[in-house]
Design a protein around this ligand. Structure first.
Ligand code: NAP
Length: 259
């Protein structure tokens, strides 16, 4: 299937590693030109070069913090009129809500709700004028099945999801879709990092906890980032213009509900 996005311009936030990188690679495989972002310039440039040489598309690497005004401005200066926007940022830390100050909440809301809303605000009308736009927000399975220790993530991502539920039903009239992709456990650095505290607390090797958790998933394994990237590329394709306001769970079947 030709996804029909060759030569389209895509901003992929937080994309030097993990799920963002997988989305970038899948879009590049379909011929989209990319603007990638991450805070660490060296890793970002290495990823940009890897994608450039593998897929032959144009890739700009803009190092900076996408949750800051400065970071967003630099990205939009490089690409003021994207056709595709993939919103992503690091997730907030786990913990007990009793320990979180308003400042902790403010940081989580900024990173996982308001940054995406601000990037949508600055790009969506141009997409509507040009009659093509695809926006994908990388959120979390926690939007559908909240995880108690991830209260900051549950709250911030649910806020973004609620906001998008409203506007995505308007923008679709101009062929601009906005959807959420909800990762369950995917094999990335972030996932590995979440296992370190459990290993420390129980005195068991990380590898043992990793294998145990992978086996607990109905698929018997964690998700592969490229599986996430492929779903993202499809949502960004010209074939997906009738899908908007949806929140698509990629979790190997962990969520036990019928719908
Ligand atoms: P990852 O492997 O740790 O990669 C995170 C990427 O984002 C890196 O490229 C990182 O580069 C960049 N980044 C982080 N904060 C940034 C910022 N403020 N500005 C710009 N770039 C930033 O993480 P991942 O597993 O792909 O997770 C991506 C998102 O999905 C996170 O929000 C995570 O909470 C969520 N999620 C992941 C899973 C999973 O199983 N993997 C499950 C549910 C939800 P720098 O550090 O250099 O900036």
């Amino acid at each position: 299937m030709d996804f029909g996005i060759k030569g389209r311009r895509a901003i992929v936030c937080a994309s030097s590693k993990g799920l963002g990188k997988a989305c970038a690679a899948a879009l590049a495989e379909e011929g989209a030109d990319l603007v990638l972002t991450a805070r660490t310039a060296e890793t970002l440039e290495a990823t940009a070069e890897e994608i450039r040489s593998k897929y032959g598309v144009n890739v700009a690497a803009i190092a900076g913090d996408i949750t800051s005004e400065e970071g967003r401005t630099a990205v939009l200066k490089e690409c003021p009129d994207p056709d595709i926007l993939i919103n992503n940022a690091g997730g907030p830390p786990p913990g007990d809500f009793r320990d979180w100050s308003l400042d902790d909440w403010s940081k989580a809301l900024n990173a996982n709700m308001l940054t995406a809303i601000e990037l949508i605000r600055q790009t969506v009308d141009g997409m509507q004028d040009r009659k093509f736009g695809r926006i994908v927000n990388i959120t979390s399975a926690a939007v559908k099945a909240p995880i108690d220790i991830l209260g900051l993530s549950n709250g911030a991502r649910a806020g973004l999801t609620g906001f998008v539920a409203g506007i995505s039903r308007k923008t679709v009239a101009n062929n601009v879709t906005i959807n959420g992709l909800l990762p369950g456990p995917f094999d990335t650095d972030r996932l590995a990092a979440t296992m370190a505290p459990a290993a420390k607390a129980t005195g068991r090797p990380v590898e043992e906890i990793y294998a145990e958790r992978a086996a607990q998933n109905p698929a018997g394994r964690f998700g592969r980032p490229e599986e996430f990237g492929a779903a993202c590329a499809f949502l960004c394709s010209d074939k997906a213009g009738f899908i908007t306001g949806q929140n698509i769970l990629l979790d190997g079947g962990s969520f036990p509900g019928t719908l």
